[in-house]
Design a protein around this ligand. Structure first.
Ligand code: GLU
Length: 491
């Protein structure tokens, strides 16, 4: 058996609790499960662990579902809600009760407290001492008759160890004396997390449980539930904890921790999936940007590391830039459209009626973008003519004694190109001919022109800008720059 081929068909589940938005750490678990299912041709199930009725909220269910859809983590079964399956858990608990693998415990909160205090005072582990396990039927009946509600506890082996082979961490074990007969049904017959989780995983025929390593202690308890039910546990793979750059848990990191916040910040879903996949896994070579099916094909549980990965925001932004560059311009513009409208740069009508023109801006700027939102900062001068010239640029390129002269010459040269033939080739040709004619470096024209047209000294190819702006706008802006230079002499 290889790690990817359990003897059962691959069925994995992603089981977030709807007690908050989808956190990046939880989303990483979702990504690993999804990749594993897609790579093996298995089934990916979405299960919402909502048995905590106080903390679970419908709005978080919606938000988790929305985040999953955004990420493209499509599921094959579900969403399955644990709150709708209470009978299943109660039946399983009753089965354990009848087979003697579970027992009723009538201890009151005060009795448990005293028991714990006494154990601690005597230097013992303050675990439940299984006192109700040894009650006779008569004693049980008597306590029940007193009106004590009682909980249901699982009867775990009193000696020995519980062990399993973790697909990431190797063999792990825990002495049963470190565990206790934990509660599986509360006095109101609501089930507890570890019981529900094991019953569900068994009922859903989950082959591999892939989740964060904060669940390792739970795994031992869940294995004890499988044992008690006479069922074979699934394979377990525990993923390493994600750390921030400060080496602290990511949840303590400031800024965006919910997946959906990254969307608002201008990250692409593909980037997030790729980036999250690299938090605790690598393809074994130096590939990082793995678009489309490449990530799915490369993924394997064998290469999940036990070392804690670091969430590096710079790498995330770099990776996003890679995805932006690889994206088709039409698709990119479709994603940018709501941001452009929201920022007020252009209306829906302006965007849709000038789609081809907008595509040129997208093509010119995508090389320079890391976040979708970068487009808004980089593209302002294409939409607005009221430029503020970069002061450093002004000092360098607007204050030479020949700046006005060169801009005027450019103006004449551009004006001589028929409007319908004004494009990046013809404007470049005009500028280069001019430089040659005058025996000057092309830079003498390009730098002041860029500043005149965009207000900045950096940006995409100069002649892409001239073409996008068009002849009239170029001429207007050159005019405006000349006027500016004349009225703002060097100090
Ligand atoms: N509901 C648990 C959580 O959100 C997941 C448990 C599991 O994956 O087994 O942490």
């Amino acid at each position: 058996m290889t790690l990817n081929q359990s003897d059962r068909p691959v069925r994995v589940r992603f089981a977030p609790s709807p007690t908050g938005h989808l956190h990046v750490g939880t989303a990483r678990t979702g990504v690993f499960n999804w990749l594993f299912a897609r790579q093996t041709g298995g089934t990916f199930i979405l299960r919402l662990e909502d048995t905590d009725r106080v903390r679970s909220k419908d709005e978080f269910v919606d938000s988790i579902v929305e985040s999953m859809k955004w990420l493209g983590l499509d599921w094959d079964e579900g969403p399955i809600f644990q709150s709708q399956r209470l009978e299943l858990y109660q039946e399983a608990a009753d089965k354990l009760l009848h087979s003697g693998k579970a027992y009723r415990c009538f201890c009151t909160a005060e009795e448990l407290e005293t028991m714990r205090n006494e154990a601690m005072a005597a230097g013992r582990n303050p675990r439940y001492d299984s006192r109700c396990r040894r009650l006779t039927d008569e004693q049980r009946e008597k306590l029940a008759a007193e009106g004590r509600a009682g909980v249901l506890r699982i009867a775990i082996p009193e000696t020995g160890v519980t062990s399993y082979e973790d697909l990431v961490l190797g063999k792990l074990q825990k002495g049963n004396d470190e565990l206790d007969d934990f509660v599986i049904l509360r006095s109101d017959r609501t089930p507890t997390y570890n019981f529900v989780c094991a019953v569900d995983d068994a009922e859903m025929k989950i082959s591999h449980v892939i989740r964060g390593n904060d669940h390792i202690t739970n795994t031992f308890k869940q294995i004890l539930v499988y044992d008690a039910l006479g069922l074979e546990p699934p394979a377990f793979a525990h993923l390493p904890l994600i750390l921030g750059k400060d080496k602290k848990k990511i949840s303590k990191r400031k800024g965006a921790v919910s997946v959906i916040d990254f969307k608002a910040e201008g990250y692409l879903a593909e980037t997030m999936v790729n980036f999250l996949a690299l938090l605790g896994w690598s393809p074994g070579d130096d590939r990082e940007f793995m678009p489309g099916r490449e990530l799915i094909s490369a993924f394997s549980l064998e290469r999940v590391t036990s070392a804690n990965p670091v969430f590096d925001p710079d790498k995330l932004a770099w990776l996003n830039g890679e995805y932006i560059r690889a994206m088709d311009d039409n698709k990119l513009l479709t994603l940018l459209q709501p941001l452009i409208m929201e920022s007020g740069l252009a209306t829906r009508l302006e965007i849709e009626s000038r789609w081809h023109w907008m595509l040129k801006i997208v093509a010119a700027l995508k090389e320079r973008m890391r976040l979708l939102t970068d487009f808004l900062e980089l593209s302002g001068y294409f939409f607005r003519g009221e430029l503020t010239y970069d002061p450093k640029g002004v000092k360098k390129h607007f204050h030479g004694e020949d700046a006005v002269e060169n801009l005027e010459a450019l103006q004449t040269a551009f004006a001589a190109i028929p409007e319908n033939r004004f494009n990046k080739e013809s404007s470049e040709h005009a500028l280069r001919s001019l430089a040659e004619e005058r025996g000057l470096k092309v830079a003498k024209f390009i730098h002041p022109l860029r500043l005149a047209l965009s207000g900045t000294t950096k940006g995409p190819g100069m002649f892409e800008i001239t073409e996008i702006l068009g002849r009239e706008t170029c001429l207007e802006r050159i005019n405006r720059a000349i006027a500016f230079i004349k009225t703002n002499p060097p100090s």
